[in-house]
Ligand binder design. Structure first.
Ligand code: B12
Length: 265
């Protein structure tokens, strides 16, 4: 059954596929998957590679986004949806699509450090698709960190794939992703501080928009407030909100040498 699902996933456009039984899923900070699908027994993990040109740009531009996020995410969602429907129709499974990132559950505890429904990196590592990198990303032998993960939580009791052995790209790597992070977002114990990362990776995100609005509210005259609204800064925030997400810095992904001999290199 597992092979039928994997073959179908590849036909639908996934670059990499693996399976993790929930008995083998460990992500202590993440919610209980049964909250999302009470009948869930396993996760089918899908990885989609961006277009090769996505990381070749000289200057960081808005225009890079469709190549490595918007197109990959919509293709991934479409493929995962069709795979889920296939599993429902042909294999009698119930499925729940684990989104690539947003929307998050936003509450008092998580709004400064968002948590996904399923930790796709933990699932990727535990099902042998990838290994943990020093950049805290899940590095695949084929593409390094340059993949987008999605998941299908489902009710089939599928056996897990084995974790990868003998692949340890960070042990010989010369690129010090942690020390060169422009946001100084990495902690000694291998975590990423969200607020520091977001400051440089998503400079037009909600926090910075709030700063903009506060500044505007504090301006003494209407004329000055209107001037702020007519500025490129406001338009950047607006565009960010319309497009849902925009990564500026992506150095830990872009410069990671892992997988550069693979299909994306
Ligand atoms: C919230 C989130 C963020 C937040 C917070 C990240 C965080 N600290 O977890 C912010 C906004 C900072 C962020 C940034 C980025 N993100 Co993000 N993010 C997510 C999301 C939606 C949820 C992650 C989550 O639940 N974290 C909370 C819990 C689970 O984490 P945790 O238990 O504390 O584990 C952390 C550490 O303990 C450590 N860790 C745990 N065990 C081990 C073991 C070892 C050996 C090591 C070294 C580390 C380690 O890794 C985790 C990260 O800090 C996932 C999608 C998903 N559903 O998984 C994407 C996801 C992780 N993000 C992704 C990407 C691409 C990015 C960015 C590169 C985007 C960008 N250009 O800015 C950066 C990378 C920053 C980095 N180096 O981690 C990809 C990663 C792909 C990959 N190959 O690994 C994911 C999987 C999205 C996807 N669908 O593909 N992200």
């Amino acid at each position: 059954m597992k092979e039928v699902i994997k073959t179908k996933a590849k036909e639908l456009g996934a670059d990499l596929v693996s399976v993790l039984n929930l008995k083998d899923y460990r992500s202590p900070r993440s919610p209980n998957p049964l909250r999302y699908l009470p009948s869930a027994q396993s996760i089918v993990l899908l990885a989609f590679a961006p277009l090769a040109g996505a990381y070749r740009y000289q200057d960081n531009t808005w225009s890079k986004m469709p190549s490595f996020l918007y197109s990959v995410e919509s293709a991934g969602n479409t493929a995962a949806y069709h795979l889920g429907r296939f599993m429902e129709r042909e294999l009698g499974a119930e499925s729940f699509l684990v989104q690539a990132h947003r929307p998050f559950e936003i509450n008092e505890e998580t709004f400064r450090s968002p948590i996904g429904s399923i930790s796709l990196r933990h699932a990727a590592v535990q099902s042998g698709l990838a290994v943990w990198g020093k950049n805290t990303l899940a590095l695949t032998p084929q593409f390094g960190p340059r993949v987008m993960y999605l998941g299908l939580l489902n009710s089939l009791d599928l056996p897990s794939d084995s974790p990868l052995e003998g692949y340890d790209p960070c042990s010989t790597c010369q690129y010090d992703c942690r020390a060169t992070c422009p946001g100084k977002a990495f902690t000694e114990d291998g975590r990423v501080l969200s607020h520091r990362c977001v400051k440089v990776s998503q400079p037009n995100d909600v926090g910075n928009f709030m700063r903009f609005l506060t500044e505007m509210a504090e301006k003494p005259s209407v004329k000055e407030r209107v001037e702020m609204l007519k500025s490129p800064r406001f338009f950047r925030h607006l565009q960010y909100l319309q497009f849902f997400i925009h990564y500026h810095c992506d150095n830990c992904t872009r410069y990671c040498p892992g997988g550069l001999q693979g299909a994306s290199g």
